[in-house]
Design a protein around this ligand. Structure first.
Ligand SMILES: Nc1ncnc2c1ncn2[C@@H]1O[C@H](COP(=O)(O)OP(=O)(O)O)[C@@H](O)[C@H]1O
Ligand SMILES: [Mg+2]
Length: 228
């Protein structure tokens, strides 16, 4: 995944607002990159651009060698389904579906050729790998926050995306539970060669990443190796 000199500006009633000013970032397969920074600094905006959910004002974004600027809306949607997994702060599970079906549905959407039975078998294996093999039929409301986020993780990884984007995935969890979820994410990334971009408020979690960046007013700076 490579971001080169990306600017992101939006038009507002009071004029043009610059959200990202010349961001560059390269993430290799199996690498976990953490981004920290104050609220409003542009972290979520960068993830939206990486997911192809927003278009940069200038600069280039390549994911798995594909230049996102070259894709139409429909191609972007397809690209996202096949290549990108997203983990949200507030889980975003479907409340009426079991843990199993939340994950199976994500796989069915990503690979429409697969039978529902195959998707459910794969979902059960994915949930087992995050320690939820005995929670398959639970609905989200019957799961703890940490368990819900592990379902979110299984859902994001089930289609084996090349890139996983996590926006403060531990923001609604206590620190110990958050650490478990992050460890699982690192483990899955390394075993499957997934590149991960993780936004977090927790410097302790960020320090576990391969590289750490700070976002400040739309400017991204690497802080890896520098003591804080
Ligand atoms: N579509 C938009 N229109 C106007 N302002 C936006 C838009 N998206 C983000 N912003 C603004 O850009 C800044 C960065 O937002 P965001 O990327 O969500 O920051 P962070 O995730 O670091 O808290 C904020 O000031 C936010 O209000
Ligand atoms: Mg944010």
């Amino acid at each position: 995944m490579a971001v080169e000199d990306v600017r992101f500006e939006v038009a507002t009633s009071t004029g043009t607002l610059s959200i990202l000013s010349g961001v560059s970032l390269k993430v290799e397969a199996s690498q976990v990159v953490a981004i920290v920074g104050p609220s409003g600094s542009g972290k979520t905006s960068l993830l939206m651009l990486l997911a192809g959910l927003e278009q940069p004002t200038s600069g280039s974004i390549k994911v798995t060698g594909q230049q996102l600027n070259d894709l139409t809306e429909n191609q972007l949607a397809l690209f996202r389904r096949r290549n990108v997994g997203i983990v949200f702060q507030s889980f975003h599970l479907i409340p009426s579906l079991s843990a199993l079906d939340n994950v199976a549905l994500a796989l069915e959407i990503a690979s429409p050729g697969q039978s529902l039975a195959d998707c459910r078998t794969a979902a059960a294996a994915a949930l087992t790998s995050v320690g939820l093999g005995d929670r398959l039929s639970h609905r989200p409301s019957a799961l703890s926050g940490g368990e819900q986020q592990r379902v979110g993780l299984a859902r994001a990884m089930i289609a084996e995306p090349k890139l996983v984007l996590a926006d403060e995935p531990t923001g609604n969890l206590d620190q110990a539970t958050g650490a478990v979820v992050i460890e699982l994410m690192f483990d899955l990334a390394r075993r499957r060669g997934t590149a991960v971009v993780l936004v977090t408020h927790d410097p302790g979690l960020a320090a576990r990443a391969d590289r750490v960046f700070a976002m400040e007013r739309g400017v991204l700076t690497e802080t890896t190796g520098k003591s804080s």
